[in-house]
Structures are given as C-alpha cells and as structure tokens.
Design a protein around this ligand. Structure first.
Ligand SMILES: NC(=O)c1ccc[n+]([C@@H]2O[C@H](COP(=O)([O-])OP(=O)(O)OC[C@H]3O[C@@H](n4cnc5c(N)ncnc54)[C@H](O)[C@@H]3O)[C@@H](O)[C@H]2O)c1
Length: 256
C-alpha cells in the first residue's frame, strides 16, 4: 500500500538519543517529511543542536534534556512534547550504548546494571510514558532499537549489551501483541554495525571494528540514515500490518 503523500506533515515523533548517530539522522529525516520532532537526550547540547538544525530547515524541533534511565525525566519529556505539539504519534527509542567491551567473566554488576538501565529500562520508561496518550488517541507507532548482537550473544566483548538488546526485542514483542487491537504498532530494528560514535563510546578497539566489518558481506558499516529511512517506513501508513517483529538491517551479515 503506498504511503499517503504528506503523511508525516504536522505529526509528532519523540526520539530518545536524538543528539547523535541513528537518533539524530532519524530526527532530520522526519523533519524533512514535515514532522515535529521532540529530541530527548542526556546530551543537552547535542539535543539542542539537532533541534536547531530542524528549525533551520523550517520545521519544529524541541530539545528535551533527558536521562532515559530516570522515569520522572522521561515522563516530563513526553508531557512537554504533548504540551508543545498537541499530540505524539510516534516514539523512536534510539538511546543506547554498550559502555565498554569486555569478556564475560569481567562483566561486573555495575556494568550489567548500567547497560540494562539504559537499553532496557530507558526503552521501558519511554514506552510507558507515551502509551496511555497513544491509547487515548487510538493510534501510535513505537520503534525500538535492538541489535544483531541479540542473535550472536556478544561473545568475548559484549554479552551484557547483547542480553540487554535481547530484552528490548522481547519487550517489543509483548507490547506489540498486548496493544495490537487498540491501534498501536510496536517494532524493533536490529542493525549490524552502523557508522556512528557508538563504537568509540564503548571504547571499541580499531581491530574489533575491522573484525565487525570483515564479518559483513557488503564489507562496510551502515550509515545512520539507512536505519532512519526504515524508521520512517515503519511509522508510515504503508505498512499497517507490520508489528511485533524485529527488522534486520545488516548488509547480509551480523554483529559479533
Ligand atoms: N552503531 C552501531 O553499530 C549500532 C548497532 C546496533 C544497534 N545500535 C543501537 O542503536 C542505538 C543508537 O546508537 P548510535 O549508534 O546512534 O550511537 P550514538 O552513541 O551515536 O547515540 C546514542 C545516543 O544516546 C544518548 N544517550 C546515552 N545515554 C543516555 C541516557 N541515559 N538518556 C538519554 N540519552 C542517552 C547519547 O547521548 C547519544 O546521543 C543504540 O540503542 C545502540 O545500542 C547501534
């Protein structure tokens, strides 16, 4: 079914992790389509920069300094988005990180907790914040970022992160199926390696990055826009029967 022209004009998306990488690229793609974009991120300056770029394009961006691990901050951010734009139609949970790479026996409680707090609880908080509003409206699409790592388990480098992304994928299935007959769609996207500051943020060695790329038949990382355009498609009215599952975007390969 073709997307309705101008489908996104005047609609609103909340994006967590909108200061950088996939979140920022997606914010600019939705703005290009005429959507209002609420840019939530721990990095307040980065969120402001994304919102400013959107404004320079003649669209409406709202910077929302938010730590997604803190439920009250996420609730406030969603409330401000609704207050500013009148409604929220879409949520894209992109905030996430692996924090650091290490072998399984070196994962301590602090690393496991921080990884689950950000990737799992952050996604959980944001979904619980927008769902009552979306249910009242009778429509809404939520897209969460999982990872190819959920299939691989992250041996030797990131079992903590792979397990957290597995939880994101499972939570997405449950939310999608619980609300499927009430106008809500919920999907996850599982990217392979993407060219963003993510690897640097996790202190990934250049050798490991090269191994990730070597594992991809296309022999390159994805660009963040290649994920953002998929978020746009999944939120559109071109795919109303699509919900619950994860969509792989991996150049034919995977993330170790
Ligand atoms: N880049 C990859 O190779 C890759 C592969 C698979 C999945 N992912 C996932 O994609 C998503 C986006 O990652 P990216 O590659 O754009 O990385 P990125 O580092 O460029 O962006 C992550 C953003 O999340 C924000 N963030 C971190 N902690 C936060 C918090 N507590 N509250 C709010 N915001 C917070 C950061 O400030 C940053 O802007 C993540 O969930 C990541 O796990 C990335």
């Amino acid at each position: 079914m073709p997307k309705t022209p101008d489908y996104f004009v005047g609609k609103t998306i909340v994006i967590t992790g909108a200061a950088s990488g996939i979140g920022r690229a997606t914010a600019l793609i939705f703005a290009r389509e005429g959507a209002n974009v609420a840019c939530a991120d721990l990095d307040a300056d980065g969120a402001r920069r994304t919102a400013e770029t959107i404004a320079q394009q003649g669209r409406k961006g709202l910077a929302l300094p938010t730590d997604v691990t803190q439920r009250a901050q996420v609730n406030d951010a969603v409330a401000r988005a609704i207050e500013t734009f009148g409604t929220v139609d879409f949520l894209f949970n992109s905030a996430g990180a692996a924090f650091r790479r290490c072998k399984f026996l070196e994962i301590d409680d602090d690393l496991l907790d921080r990884t689950f707090d950000l990737n799992v609880k952050g996604t959980f908080h944001a979904m619980q914040a927008v769902l009552p509003h979306m249910l009242a409206n009778g429509h809404g699409v939520i897209v969460n970022v999982a990872s190819m790592s959920h299939k691989r388990g992250g041996p030797g480098a990131s079992v903590h992160y792979a397990a957290a992304k597995g939880a994101v994928l499972t939570m997405t299935l449950g939310v999608a199926r619980e609300f499927a007959d009430r106008g809500i769609r919920c999907l996850s996207i599982s990217p392979g390696p993407v060219n963003t500051p993510f690897a640097r943020a996790a202190d990934t060695s250049p050798e490991l990055v090269q191994k990730f790329i070597a594992d991809v038949p296309m022999k390159r990382m994805a660009e963040p826009e290649e994920i953002g355009e998929l978020v746009l498609f999944t939120c559109s009215d071109a795919c109303p029967y699509m919900t619950a599952d994860t969509v792989y975007v991996n150049g034919g390969g995977g993330w170790r």
